[in-house]
Design a binder for this molecule. Structure first.
Ligand SMILES: [Zn+2]
Length: 322
């Protein structure tokens, strides 16, 4: 079995522990987070990441320049936060705002124009067409798929298996519980494999793992507020999961897919998580160091387990050939 790791990073402007954009709006998560912390680390471990760039970042000339001139191997794609782009653009001043709109709930023609505009913005500033996409807040559906195909995209990575997003900030639930864990071609339904489809879906790696319920009760009585389910989704994502969990998820994926020719892991996070206070996660420099250490430990595991890094669009071509 051939084993691949894709690293998909949402590239956001500097945020805050509440996810509001910084005020004044800054982009150190690009100039420092990506250029000085992430990409050199990826180069050291021979990792080819895919950076999915928020439209607000694509409007910042200096950030685009940094992303264009990174040293090493990487892919750039797009990441749509729809209230910050025409048509029906909600904000002219981005500082202090928060991306909470859901692309898939706009009327189809408006969502299409928004994706067309972020694609055009990418092309104008970087000189070529993007082929990989992730919806902000994972809010993608059938209309999104249709638009992506029309605009020449090859890969979407908005799907989070085992998760149904049904909080009050969404018009309707975005339900990915039926989605496969391994990559699949889609035609219309974003959670359904269709070998005739020509858009490739690479879901974020999320595994159901048995909970240690007894330990959770002992650790916190808050655990009793929710019905105790025996299995819980674990994300292949630093901070969300411990390093041991990351390795367990990878091993679980390898074992469940042992009869396949190709097995894929998709680790996601945000560029701003590697600098203190720019996300809800790493609040101090010490947190950031621990975060980067988690990445390094996981990459060491991948090397030992013969898991090879690949960019999203290259993965598409591997599957097309297969
Ligand atoms: Zn985002």
């Amino acid at each position: 079995m051939k084993k691949y790791l894709v690293i998909t990073i949402d590239v956001e402007p500097d945020c805050s522990p509440t996810w509001h954009y910084s005020d004044p709006l800054t982009f150190t998560g690009v100039s420092n987070g990506i250029r000085q912390r992430l990409q050199p680390l990826f180069n050291k471990y021979n990792i080819t990441p895919t950076y999915l760039v928020n439209n607000v970042v694509l409007e910042d000339e200096r950030s685009v320049e940094v992303l264009h001139q990174l040293e090493g191997k990487y892919e750039l794609g797009t990441h749509l936060h729809p209230e910050f782009i025409q048509p029906e653009k909600k904000y002219e001043i981005y500082a202090g705002k928060k991306g909470i709109a859901n692309g898939c709930f706009y009327p189809p023609d408006i969502e299409f124009e928004k994706i067309k505009n972020i694609t055009g913005l990418f092309e104008k500033n970087l000189g070529y067409k993007p082929t990989s996409f992730r919806a902000g807040r994972y809010s993608a559906g059938a209309n999104t798929v249709k638009s992506l195909k029309q605009l020449g995209y090859l890969v979407d990575t908005s799907v989070t298996p085992h998760i149904c997003w049904d909080d009050a900030s969404r018009e309707k639930p975005v339900d990915f519980r039926a989605a496969p864990e391994q990559p699949y071609f889609i035609d219309e339904d974003i959670t359904k494999e269709n070998l005739q489809g020509n858009l490739f879906e690479v879901p974020i790696s999320i595994a159901l793992k048995k909970r240690n319920i007894l330990k959770e009760i002992i650790v916190s009585v808050a655990g009793l507020r929710h019905p105790l389910r025996q299995y819980k989704p674990f994300w292949l994502r630093p901070y969300y999961s411990t390093t041991k969990d990351l390795i367990d998820i990878a091993n679980q994926y390898i074992s469940v897919n042992h009869d396949r020719d190709i097995m894929v892991l998709n680790m996601m996070f945000h560029n701003v998580e590697v600098l203190p206070g720019l996300s809800p996660y790493s609040l101090s420099e010490e947190d950031c160091r621990a975060y980067l250490q988690q990445l390094m430990d996981f990459f060491t595991f991948c090397k030992q387990a013969d898991i090879q890094s690949i960019a999203l669009t290259d993965l598409y071509h591997v599957f097309r050939k297969h």
